[in-house]
Each structure stands twice: as structure tokens, then as C-alpha cells.
Design a protein around this ligand. Structure first.
Ligand code: G3I
Length: 389
């Protein structure tokens, strides 16, 4: 598994020793830049993100792994995978006594073989259309609670060690609304079903980071306010929530939050002590062609750098990675080209924009930016001297 999550103190201590050595050589300029930051470097998204200690991920489907270019690109460019559908309740647990792990296991095996981590998506999608009919037919709260506990404990326990974070609840709010979805869990267990799901997941794998994942809350608005209040309530109640997933499904010119608004949203959740990840990023265009792809690259650059410029932003996951395999084709029709690689797996201007945003994050890592680290060390030495007086 990549040491992308090397404990910050370990990284900083190692960097400090390195810097002291080079400072002893009399010049902070002697500190080496990371090779990916050097002119002409051709590092992949994965190499840059891993060096910067952030996730760069893509949603994947096991059926596509048999395509050589699909598998090669996925392993080369990303350090994380999300199962696009195979870990969802309807797919993995289609009947009370029947689990179908094989499709999800295929993605887990690929991740393990390629030293990748995984985001678990999702233990419970609140949209009643995404809840299996057998679950929605629960006769009473006691039965439903037992089913919820069994489902979460079974799935989280199985993938502990490869899945390092879970979307415990996906999309708690109704689309284009500030209200919770009305589903069997809300009806029989009340709003606390959300907190209960987090507690069950945390008990099943205390090492996993637990996320609430939502769409259309990437800028300040009434829906964001309702979502923020829901999250803040969970934090205040001591629920084991560690992060928020902002899906980031962008439709150019139609659903297009700006970088300033995204930054405000991320900082609001950071102030609650949470990490934030963009979990399903894609930018749907109304046309293809060079001009459209440049506009798309500008949106990638604005939003991905707005996130990655903030320490609380811990990762970016694209919802797919090639225009050859995107849910958008089936939903809005072909030719909407939302992803960083085209249908021939060639990088687009959007890829270059994502790469530049990641390089910006890497350049901000203190160990790799000698002046910042030199200042840190000077401060620490001075503080130590003061303490000894
Ligand atoms: O695999 C079956 C196939 O056997 C069958 O012939 C075909 C026609 O019925 O359906 C196939 O399953 C489809 C599945 O995608 C695999 O392609 C489902 O019908 C279809 O509903 C499902 O759509 C997925 C959707 O979530 C609903 O689960 C999309 O691929 C997936 O990209 C989309 O992802 C969601 C996130 O989970 C949550 N955020 C929004 C995002 C986009 O909607």
C-alpha cells in the first residue's frame, strides 16, 4: 500500500533531518526538489499525489479490467479505486441471506495487486430507489436495525485493510432539496439512522475513515446549509464521522460551482475538524472539440486547485477516468467527454490541469520546499533555546 498516508509527524521529522543536513551545507537552496517538481519531469498523477500524501482515485468497474489499456492506465495514474457499483447494497447484498462479493472482490484484488487503497462506496444510499426492495419491506424497527447491523458489519469487516474509508451514507438529502430522503430507515428509525450507521461501521473497523457523501453542496447555498447542519450535529453528538465527500459532478455552464465557493465549503468542514475529499469528480460538456476541452480544463484547474490548495482537502477521486467508460454516456448521451482521459486513453487538457493542481500541492509540502522547512527549524531551535534559559 502506498505510504501516502505516512503519519505527518514522520514525514516532517524525516524532512527536518534532511533539511538540517542541507542547512549545515550552508544553503537552504541546496535542498533537493522532489523529482516530479523538476523541469521536464513526466511523473504520473499517482507519483505526484503519493509524494504529496494525497489520494488520487478513480471509480472502476471489474468488467473493464480485462481491457489492457484500462488496467494499465488505472494502475499507473491512480493510488486509489472506488467500486462504481459493486459495493452498493443492491449489488452486494441482493437478498437478506444472499451476499454477492465476487464483483467487489475483483476490484479489491486489483487494488491489492497494484498497491492501491480503496474508498468504500457505499454502505447505504439514502435514495429509496437505491435501497433494495426487500429492505424497504422491513416489518418493524427491530428487524430493520438488525438488517442494517448485519449488512454494515459483514461488508466493512470483509474489506478492512484494503478499504481505508467508507461513504457510510450516500446522498442523505433529496436531490435539489434540503430535506432528508424519506426512506424506510427514516420512517422506522428516525433521523438517528444516520448516526447509528456510523457507529456500526466504526465498531466494525475502527481504523477506517468514515464519510458522509453528498452531491450539489460544493458551494454555499441553502442545500449546503442543510447538509452542514446535519454534519455539525453528528460531530456535536460525538458520532465517529471523519470526513465529508463532495461528489463534484459538474455540468459546464449549468451546475458549475466556483473555486471560491468550494474553498468556503471545505474550510467550513475543516473548522469542524473533518477532512474533505472530492469523491466523484467529472465535468460534463455540451460539446467536444478543442475549444470545449480547453474550457473543461479551466474548470478542472479552478476546482481541483481550490481543493488541493487546502490542507483539509485530502484527495480527489474521478467518477471513472476515461470517456470510454462513464455513466454520463448512459445518462446524458455520448460525447459529453467528462473525464481526464479520452476514449483512446490519451490524456486531455483536463488531465494536464489535474496534474498541475497536484504539482501545486506537492510544491507546498514543507520537506520539499526548503525555505518553509528552514523557517520551521529556525523557529523550533529558537523555541528550544528559550525553554533552556
Ligand atoms: O449491470 C446491469 C446490467 O446487467 C443490465 O443489463 C443493465 C440494464 O438494466 O443494468 C446494469 O446495471 C446498471 C449499473 O449502473 C451498471 O452499469 C444499473 O442499471 C444502473 O442503475 C447503474 O447506474 C449506476 C448508478 O450510480 C446507480 O447505481 C452508475 O453506473 C453509477 O455511475 C452511478 O454512480 C452514482 C454514485 O454511486 C453516487 N453519486 C451519483 C453517481 C452518478 O449517478
Amino acid at each position: 500500500m502506498d505510504h501516502q498516508h505516512l503519519a505527518p509527524i514522520g514525514r516532517t521529522a524525516a524532512g527536518a533531518l534532511l533539511a538540517i543536513g542541507f542547512l549545515a551545507a550552508g544553503s537552504a537552496d541546496a535542498l533537493p526538489l522532489h523529482p516530479c517538481l523538476e523541469a521536464g519531469a513526466s511523473c504520473s498523477l499517482r507519483e505526484i499525489a503519493t509524494a504529496a500524501g494525497v489520494r488520487i482515485g478513480a471509480a472502476a468497474q471489474p468488467a473493464n479490467l480485462s481491457e489492457p489499456l484500462y488496467a494499465e492506465t488505472l494502475a499507473r495514474e491512480f493510488n486509489s479505486i472506488t467500486a462504481e457499483n459493486q459495493m452498493k447494497w443492491p449489488e452486494i447484498h441482493p437478498a437478506e441471506a444472499n451476499y454477492d462479493f465476487a464483483p467487489a472482490d475483483a476490484l479489491v484484488a486489483f487494488a491489492q495487486a497494484n498497491d492501491m487503497t480503496m474508498r468504500g462506496h457505499t454502505l447505504l444510499w439514502a435514495n429509496p430507489l437505491r435501497i433494495p426492495a426487500w429492505v424497504s419491506a422491513a416489518p418493524d424497527a427491530e428487524t430493520l436495525r438488525a438488517w442494517l447491523e448485519n449488512h454494515i458489519e459483514t461488508v466493512v469487516t470483509r474489506y478492512a485493510g484494503t478499504v481505508d474509508s467508507w461513504d457510510v451514507i450516500n446522498e442523505p438529502l433529496q436531490n435539489f432539496s434540503s430535506d432528508l430522503y424519506d426512506n424506510v430507515f427514516l420512517d422506522l428509525l428516525g433521523e438517528d439512522y444516520i448516526a447509528e450507521a456510523f457507529h456500526i461501521a466504526h465498531a466494525a473497523d475502527p481504523t477506517a475513515e468514515l464519510f458522509l457523501n453528498e452531491v450539489l453542496v460544493e458551494e454555499p447555498n441553502a442545500r449546503f446549509d442543510a447538509f452542514y447542519d446535519l454534519v455539525a450535529g453528528l460531530v456535536a453528538d460525538g458520532v465517529p464521522i471523519h470526513g465529508v465527500g463532495l461528489q463534484g459532478h459538474i455540468v459546464a455552464g449549468i451546475i458549475q460551482p466556483g473555486g471560491i465557493g468550494l474553498r468556503e465549503v471545505i474550510e467550513a468542514f475543516a473548522d469542524l475538524g473533518l477532512v474533505v475529499e472530492i469523491t466523484e469528480f467529472d465535468v460534463t460538456m455540451s460539446a467536444n472539440g478543442p475549444a470545449a476541452l480547453e474550457i473543461q480544463a479551466g474548470i478542472y484547474a479552478e476546482l481541483l486547485s481550490a481543493c488541493l490548495d487546502l490542507a483539509a482537502c485530502r484527495g480527489i477521486t474521478f467518477w471513472g477516468f476515461t470517456d470510454a467508460h462513464t455513466w454520463i454516456n448512459g445518462t446524458f448521451g455520448p460525447g459529453r467527454v467528462p473525464l481526464p482521459f479520452d476514449e483512446e486513453y490519451l490524456p486531455k487538457p483536463a488531465y494536464d490541469a489535474a496534474r498541475q493542481a497536484l504539482l501545486g500541492r506537492l510544491a507546498a509540502v514543507p520537506e520539499l520546499n526548503g525555505l518553509a522547512l528552514a523557517a520551521m527549524i529556525a523557529f523550533a531551535v529558537a523555541a528550544g533555546a528559550r525553554r533552556r534559559r
